[in-house]
Design a protein around this ligand. Structure first.
Ligand code: ADP
Ligand code: MG
Length: 249
C-alpha cells in the first residue's frame, strides 16, 4: 500500500481539500489507519471539514520546532459514529493571520518534514498519510512531493489548468514519484465523461483519470463536513470510494 499520498494542484480552488477530506474518511471506513495533514499554510482548510477550532499546536508549529508531531494529531475517528474500522487523525494547519504571514517567510526543512511523517507513521501505526499540499510549484512543495509514493493531481476543465498540469506532471515524473492519479473536478453536467477521461489519458499518460461532475450538494456543504460522510450513498461518493480503493492497493 502507498504510504504517503500528496494531493496537489497547479491552481488554487480546484477542490483539493474537499476531495482529500472525503478520501480520508473513505480510507478509514475501509479499515485503514489514516492521517490527514494540512500543509497548505496560506490557505488552511482541513480543520473546517472536521470542526477543529484553531489548535494550540498546528502542523506549522511542528515544522517551526515549537512542538512534537504527536501533539498536533487529533483523533476524529469517533465522528464516524462507530462505522470506521480503521482510524483517522487530523493534523491541522494554523489559521491565525500571524502564522499565515510567517509561513510565507520561513522556508520548510524537508528532513524535519520527512522525519515527522516517519514518526507519525510508526507511533500511530498508520497505513496511509494524506497530505493536502499548497497549489502551484515551489521548492518546498516539490520536496514534499519527492517524499511521496503517490500524487493525486486535481484540475478544473480549463485550458490554463490543462497547461499548468502538464508542467506539473512533468516535474512529478522527474522526481520519480511512482504513481500519479489525475482528477478532473467540478466538470459541467454537459461534459462527456468518457471523452474527457480519454483526453486526460492522451494528454498526460497517467492511466485511468477520474472525472467528477459539479455537485450542488457539495457546494452547499460549504466545507463544513466531508461530502462522503454527509452523502454516503451519493454517486459522487461511489466515485470517490473507487479512488480510495486505488490508493489502498
Ligand atoms: N465537484 C464540485 N462541485 C461543486 N463545488 C465544488 C466541487 N469541488 C469543490 N467544490 C467547491 O469549490 C470550492 C473550492 O474547493 P476546495 O476544496 O477548498 O479547493 P482547494 O483546496 O483546491 O483550494 C469550495 O467552495 C468547494 O465547495
Ligand atoms: Mg484547500
Amino acid at each position: 500500500m502507498s504510504t504517503i499520498v500528496t494531493i496537489h494542484s497547479f491552481r488554487r480552488g480546484v477542490g483539493k481539500t474537499s476531495l482529500v477530506s472525503s478520501l480520508a474518511v473513505l480510507l478509514a471506513k475501509r479499515g485503514r489507519r489514516v492521517a490527514l495533514i494540512d500543509t497548505d499554510f496560506q490557505s488552511p482548510g482541513v480543520h473546517l471539514f472536521f470542526g477543529i477550532p484553531d489548535p494550540e499546536c498546528a502542523f506549522n508549529d511542528y515544522l517551526w520546532g515549537k512542538c512534537d508531531i504527536l501533539s498536533v494529531a487529533r483523533d476524529v475517528t469517533s465522528q464516524f459514529a462507530g462505522d470506521a474500522a480503521g482510524g483517522l487523525f487530523i493534523l491541522p494547519a494554523s489559521s491565525k493571520i500571524s502564522d499565515i504571514l510567517q509561513s510565507i517567510r520561513i522556508p520548510r526543512n524537508i528532513d524535519h518534514y520527512a522525519g515527522g511523517l516517519d514518526k507519525l507513521k510508526k507511533e500511530l501505526s498508520l497505513d496511509v498519510i494524506l497530505v493536502d499540499a499548497p497549489a502551484g510549484l515551489n521548492e518546498s512543495t516539490l520536496q514534499a512531493i519527492a517524499v511521496s509514493n503517490t500524487v493525486v493531481l486535481v484540475l478544473h476543465p480549463d485550458k490554463g489548468d490543462f497547461q499548468g498540469t502538464a508542467v506539473t506532471v512533468d516535474m512529478i515524473r522527474r522526481l520519480q514519484v511512482p504513481i500519479i492519479h489525475l482528477v478532473l473536478n467540478d466538470a459541467p453536467e454537459t461534459l462527456d465523461v468518457e471523452d474527457a477521461a480519454r483526453q486526460l489519458e492522451e494528454t498526460y499518460h497517467c492511466g485511468g483519470g477520474i472525472v467528477l461532475k459539479h455537485s450542488e450538494e457539495l457546494m452547499a456543504l460549504s466545507s463544513a463536513r466531508p461530502f462522503a460522510l454527509q452523502y454516503p450513498s451519493h454517486p459522487l461518493t461511489t466515485q470517490l470510494d473507487e479512488l480510495a480503493e486505488r490508493l489502498s492497493v
